[in-house]
Design a binder for this molecule. Sequence first.
Ligand code: ZN
Length: 85
Amino acid sequence: MEFWLGPGTIESEGYAILNIHNLPIDFRRVGTAHSHPSGNATPSDADLHLFSQSGSVHIIMGYPYTLNSWKAYSRDGEEMRLDVV
Ligand SMILES: [Zn+2]
């Protein structure tokens, strides 16, 4: 897996604004990943909107950013299983 940092992303202590229109057009891109410093890895309404716009797998990493503090979601916001290999 390869990560790209989207240009123009604005981050704060509690949120990030990701402008998906700034992401490069690349058909290898399968989704997005971002963090929730609050530790709650549940998608916000803005996250669900983002998921519906881009890709099929979306990862939210919650504080403290361990192997057990992240979740993966489908395009429609349903939690999905994603194996770490
Ligand atoms: Zn989020």
